[in-house]
Design a protein. Structure first.
Length: 198
């Protein structure tokens, strides 16, 4: 349903189709994102045509740079995961949690990671590879904590919460899961229960 406060126009700038959305609600900020083959540029309605063109050129370059960065990002290797697990265990768990193996897997689409304490193996969903390091660190630490405490009880969460960004990472993962339509992808601190591992 079209909004009355947004005027939409399309133009081609430097060979890129740009949909300019002028909004009377937008006062100062300019935002751009890709929508299929075109770049959507959200601007204040008061901007002149030359100002829109200048912003469009700048924002097209910014969107292209982000896309290139995403394409060229080197996936984290299993060896890098193992090294990170050792460092996190040393920093937050006094070096007490040492996995026999930790690796990326492609068959975990409804949870971020899993741990088998008996074999001391940890598996992380490949979907985490595109996430910030501090979120991946949280998931690694969560799984390392399972090597010391199998359930999601109070002792487990006391270990996990040694990580200073624990709550923030939980919120980040919850937001990603909600956006993807994945329910209960990850237990939270307030889900204290005795049971299996994730």
């Amino acid at each position: 349903m079209p909004r009355n406060d947004v005027h939409i126009e399309r133009r081609t700038i430097d060979g890129t189709v740009v949909e300019v959305r002028r909004s009377t609600r937008r006062r100062r900020s300019v935002h751009a994102f890709r929508d299929g083959e075109l770049i959507v540029l959200q601007v204040p309605a008061a901007l002149s045509a030359p100002e829109v063109d200048a912003w469009a050129a700048r924002m097209i370059a910014r969107v292209a740079a982000k896309e290139t960065q995403r394409r060229t990002r080197t996936p984290r290797s299993d060896d890098a995961l193992a090294a990170r697990a050792v460092a996190l265990s040393a920093q937050y768990l006094d070096g007490a949690a040492t996995p026999a193996s930790i690796r990326w897997v492609r068959n975990q689409n409804s949870r971020w990671g899993s741990c088998t304490p008996a074999s001391r193996t940890i598996r992380l969903s490949h979907r985490l590879q595109a996430m910030p390091d501090w979120v991946v660190d949280y998931v690694i630490l969560h799984e390392l904590a399972h090597l010391l405490e199998a359930s999601h009880g109070r002792r487990f969460w006391a270990l996990v919460n040694r990580y200073p960004r624990s709550e923030r990472a939980q919120g980040f993962l919850e937001g990603v899961a909600n956006a993807a339509g994945i329910a209960d992808a990850w237990p939270r601190t307030d889900d204290i229960a005795e049971g299996g591992t994730h």
